[in-house]
Design a protein around this ligand. Structure first.
Ligand SMILES: Cc1ncc(C[n+]2csc(CCOP(=O)(O)OP(=O)(O)O)c2C)c(N)n1
Ligand code: SF4
Ligand SMILES: [Mg+2]
Length: 301
C-alpha cells in the first residue's frame, strides 16, 4: 500500500518508537520485529492499535511500538486490555505477557480473559524463566533446571500453557516460536483474524538466564500440527521437523496433541464463540436509560 494525503504508509520505521534494551540474542527482538512486520503487511493504523503489557522483559514492547500503549502492573495486562475493548471495540489490541506474568501472578486474570473471550491477540512470551528479575523458576520452567529460587533444581513439572488455555475454554489456541519467523507471522495473522481471545504461545529464547530451553540450532525435536484450516508447517525454519495432521475444530484431539507442547507448534483449537464485548454492548443497547432520580430512588430512606 502506498501513502495518500490522509493515510500515510505504515512502515517498519514509522512504527519504531525507541531503541529496544534487551540482552544480545534475546528472542524479544524477533517478536517485536514480527509484530511490526505484521502491522506493515496489514497496514494497521497506529492510532487504532493498542499494545498492552504486564511487567517483565516482555513487558517492554509497548515502549518500542509507535502506537497507543499501556505498560501495566505485573500480571494485570488483561483487565487493562478489557477496559480498552469495552470503551472502544474498534481498536486492534495486542497483549504482551511473559510466562511468569501470564501464569504466576496473572494466572487469575488470564483465566478470566479467556473465559470472557473479548477480542484481542494475547502473545504469551515463554522463555520458561523470570528474565527481568534475573533467573527465578516460573510455572513453565523445566523440571530439574537450577535457578536462583530453586538451585537444587526446579521441583515441579511445568504447566502446559496450551492445555491451560484449552481447559479454560479458549476459542483460539496456537503455539509458535520466535526463531521460526514465517510460522510466527502466520500465527499472528490467524490470531488477528479470529474474533475473540486469541492465545498465541511463543517459545522465546532467553540466552542470558535460560540458554538450554529450546535447541533452536537443530530441529529434529520440533513437531508441527497442520490442517487446511490451521497453520502450515515451517520446514524452512525447521527442516528436520516432523508433521502431523490435526483438525483445529476437534477439542478432544487438541488436548491429546497438546501433550507435545512446548516442542509442538501450530493451531491447536479454534471455535466461534460470542465475545464479552458483544454481550455487554447488546445489554447496554437493550437497557432503558434511567434518570438520576430513578437510579437513586431505591436508596432513599
Ligand atoms: C506485584 C509484583 N510482584 C513481583 C514483581 C517482580 N517481578 C517483575 S517481573 C517478574 C517476573 C517476570 O517474568 P516473566 O513474566 O516470565 O517475564 P520475562 O521477564 O521473562 O519476560 C517479577 C516476579 C513485580 N514487579 N510486581
Ligand atoms: S534476561 Fe532474557 S528475556 Fe530478558 S532481555 Fe535478557 S535475554 Fe531477553
Ligand atoms: Mg519469562
Amino acid at each position: 500500500m502506498t501513502s495518500t494525503a490522509d493515510q500515510p504508509e505504515i512502515t517498519m520505521k514509522s512504527l519504531k518508537a525507541a531503541d529496544p534494551r534487551w540482552c544480545t540474542g534475546c528472542g524479544d527482538y524477533t517478536i517485536l520485529v514480527g509484530l511490526r512486520k505484521f502491522m506493515v503487511n496489514y497496514q494497521l493504523k497506529p492510532e487504532e492499535t493498542i499494545n498492552v503489557s504486564g511487567i517483565g522483559c516482555s513487558g517492554r514492547i509497548p515502549h518500542y511500538m509507535n502506537t497507543y500503549g499501556f505498560h501495566g502492573v505485573h500480571g494485570r495486562a488483561v483487565p487493562l486490555a478489557l477496559g480498552s475493548v469495552l470503551a472502544n471495540s474498534n481498536f486492534n489490541i495486542f497483549i504482551h505477557s511473559g510466562d511468569g506474568d501470564s501464569l504466576s501472578i496473572g494466572g487469575n486474570h488470564l483465566l478470566h480473559g479467556i473465559h470472557k473471550n473479548f477480542n484481542c491477540v494475547y502473545l504469551l512470551f515463554d522463555n520458561e524463566i523470570y528474565g527481568l528479575t534475573k533467573n527465578q523458576s516460573s510455572p513453565t520452567t523445566r523440571q530439574g533446571l537450577s535457578t536462583m529460587t530453586q538451585p537444587r533444581g526446579t521441583a515441579l513439572e511445568p504447566i502446559n500453557p496450551v492445555r491451560f488455555a484449552l481447559g479454560a475454554g479458549a476459542s483460539f489456541v496456537a503455539s509458535t516460536a520466535e526463531w521460526m519467523p514465517k510460522h510466527m507471522l502466520d500465527t499472528i495473522e490467524a490470531a488477528f483474524n479470529h474474533k475473540g481471545f486469541a492465545l498465541v504461545h511463543i517459545a522465546q529464547r532467553c540466552p542470558k538466564f535460560n540458554p538450554t530451553s529450546w535447541n533452536h540450532k537443530t530441529s529434529d525435536w520440533v513437531s508441527f500440527i497442520e490442517h487446511e484450516n490451521g497453520i502450515q508447517a515451517d520446514l524452512k525454519a525447521a527442516p528436520d521437523a516432523t508433521k502431523m495432521t490435526h483438525d483445529p475444530s476437534d477439542l478432544s484431539k487438541a488436548f491429546e496433541v497438546s501433550e507435545g507442547v512446548p516442542d509442538r507448534f501450530g493451531l491447536f483449537y479454534q471455535a466461534e464463540k460470542i465475545t464479552y464485548d458483544e454481550l455487554i454492548r447488546n445489554q447496554i443497547k437493550d437497557t432503558k436509560q434511567l434518570s438520576k432520580d430513578d437510579i437513586l430512588s431505591p436508596f432513599k430512606i
